[in-house]
Design a protein. Structure first.
Lengths: 306, 296
């Protein structure tokens, strides 16, 4: 009797708990996705707006009452999200890859002692702090530096985001670069290459799939960040001014949702359109996950074929 | 066997301790007093202008009614307040604007409106501009006319500095009040001189850090902004103070509504009565709100 009990505890209890947890996570994910689809598709199914209007029109004037209709064109916010994330990526990626190379091949000891803890601290800082520093220090600084009346807009948002996604890209690409087999390093030294030639021509190409995974993860994080961006992007239902592309207030998807969700009344066209934006964010992050899968699969094939 | 005994003993001790803990609680609630008859929780969400007042009232109310618990007030905004009150997920839904501005009359009539207090809204401006007063026409120009980009276009005596207009998001209770009472309902400009602040605090930060900026704040926030770069503006020569609001000379004001679904339950009813009672009046005024009873 005792042995059966003991056997049960040793063998099955852990397994059952782990399985239940796993199933709960799966159910939760499906439930959230289903809820977002249910809420977000209302704009198209019940209110008969076209998907094209939502994606490509920039006329945002939804009805704020439970009755009545308006326009729900979200092109401004979608453009804002894409621009902010891509510029953040352009700023952060060179720093991240440089830091990874430094940590793995140039000075592993200093990298481990100084650089790695430093990037880990970046991860721990809450996004509201980034946003606050951005709004009170970065924006006035940029206004002064470029002699502008105000500097809210895409560039400060991108800079804040770049700092936030830097650790993500760095840690993933460091792992990728470290996992490049040492034989490659020895072989290229053996052929007489310098350290830089080895890094540039051997290490980076073979770590590329891993680095790309890091970049896509960073992009996904940039797309989903709300609070920090909302505090520095300015907030205006319109495209940035052509004359001041980087420094005129606009919205991205997440900042628009955060700014409007409190005031919008449930059951209004306005509230439904915000859910549709949330659904769009879910779809985009799903696409990023697929992209990462494709990249890492390609990477496996690439390394096996060599 | 000894191990099993130990386990049983420890469980028994733990149970005993828990039961003592609960006994303590039930003893408290059994002590006789009239105000102890009311118990339960009061959940508030909605207007972020009313929330600080609810938080201020909670400990004072609990001193009188020890069995009522009031969690920290939510600040999700007026729209959320009204819809949460309708859905019954909160006991009090706070709003700066009438429920009828969100939904049809039939639905809005399911809610009971309890007016708590009045809140004044003042235009605030970058102190370094040296501007202390605007006329209604000038204010309207600044907030609605996109061809006005420099302060010297508003008045030749004003310094030459670019205008940045800092507003609240569309649908914010503060904005609804300001747009209708100060701007006469005219459409706010949408050019790139416009920046949105997500809350009173955010507007304060942004006006404070942007030179040449103008925005608006609830008076409950301007009382704390002394020592910063911003000052409240007089409108047509009338300073935004409660003295002037009571006289009726300053009229950019909103009423703070506490909505309940139908007749409120006993604890909520007692709480709303407390917030509008004379016992709480001095706290309302010292927190930067005004008393409805003093309005002329």
């Amino acid at each position: 009797m005792v042995s059966v009990k003991k056997h049960f505890f040793n063998e099955y209890l852990g397994r059952i708990i782990v399985t239940i947890c796993g199933i709960i996570i799966i159910i939760l994910t499906i439930a959230i996705a289903a809820f977002l689809f249910y809420k977000g598709l209302g704009t198209f199914i019940i209110r008969k707006h076209s998907v094209l209007e939502f994606l490509f029109s920039s006329t945002w004037n939804p009805s704020m009452m439970t009755t009545g209709t308006g326009q729900i064109g979200s092109a401004v916010f979608i453009t804002g999200s894409i621009a902010v994330s891509l510029i953040a990526l352009i700023i952060a990626t060179p720093f991240s890859i440089a830091a990874s190379i430094f940590m793995s091949d140039i000075s592993p000891r200093m990298g481990k002692k100084l650089l790695q803890p430093a990037t880990e601290i970046f991860v721990g800082i809450p996004s509201v702090v980034y946003g606050w520093v951005g709004a009170t220090v970065l924006v006035p600084f940029l206004a002064k530096a470029f002699n502008l009346p105000r500097a809210f807009g895409i560039l400060p948002a991108s800079i804040v985001l770049a700092v936030m996604i830097f650790p993500t890209i760095t840690s993933v690409s460091t792992d990728a670069i470290k996992s490049v087999s040492n034989e490659y390093r020895e072989a290229s030294y053996g052929l007489g290459s310098t350290r830089w030639q080895m890094i540039w021509k051997v290490i980076l190409p073979s770590a590329l799939p891993g680095i790309l995974t890091g970049i896509v993860l960073g992009l996904a994080r940039a797309f989903g960040e709300a609070l920090a961006v909302a505090m520095v992007i300015g907030g205006r239902d319109g495209f940035p001014d052509l004359k001041q592309l980087f420094f005129s207030s606009t919205y991205n998807l997440t900042a628009k949702i955060t700014s409007d969700m409190g005031s919008s009344f449930e059951g209004t066209e306005w509230n439904d359109a915000l859910w549709t934006m949330a659904l769009l964010l879910l779809v985009i992050s799903f696409l990023f996950i697929v992209l990462i899968r494709v990249i890492s699969k390609r990477g496996q094939n690439f390394n096996e074929n060599k | 066997m000894v191990k099993l005994m130990k386990k049983i003993l420890s469980v028994a001790i733990a149970l005993a301790m828990i039961s003592i803990l609960f006994a303590g609680c039930s003893n408290n609630s059994a002590s006789p007093s009239s105000s102890n008859d009311i118990s339960g929780t009061i959940i508030y969400d909605g207007s972020s202008a009313l929330a600080p007042l609810v938080d201020a009232a909670a400990p004072m109310f609990k001193a009188l009614y020890p069995n009522v618990s009031i969690p920290a007030a939510g600040t999700k905004g007026s729209g959320t307040g009204v819809s949460a009150a309708l859905a019954g997920t909160v006991d009090i839904g706070g709003s700066d604007v009438l429920a009828a501005s969100f939904t049809d009359a039939v639905t809005a009539n399911k809610l009971v409106d309890h007016q708590i207090c009045v809140v004044g809204i003042a235009a605030v401006i970058d102190k370094s501009l040296g501007i202390t007063n605007l006329t209604t026409a000038q204010l309207k120009k600044v907030f609605t006319d996109k061809t006005i980009t420099n302060w010297n276009q508003v008045d030749a005596s004003f310094p030459s500095k670019q205008i940045t207009v800092i507003v609240r998001a569309i649908g914010s209770g503060t904005r609804v009040v300001f747009d209708s009472a100060a701007l006469g309902g005219a459409a706010v400009r949408t050019d790139s001189a416009l920046v949105t602040g997500s809350s009173n605090g955010d507007v304060e930060t942004k006006v404070n850090s942007t030179s040449g900026a103008i925005g608006y704040l609830a008076l409950s926030y301007t009382v704390s902004s002394s020592g910063t770069n911003i000052i409240p503006l007089s409108l047509n020569g009338v300073t935004p103070t409660y003295a002037n609001i009571y006289l009726g000379t300053y009229n950019v004001i909103g009423i703070e509504h506490a909505y309940t679904k139908g007749t409120p339950n006993a604890q909520t009813d007692a709480f709303i009565k407390y917030m509008t009672s004379s016992a709480f009046a001095s706290k309302i005024e010292s927190s930067g709100y005004g008393l409805l009873s003093k309005m002329k």
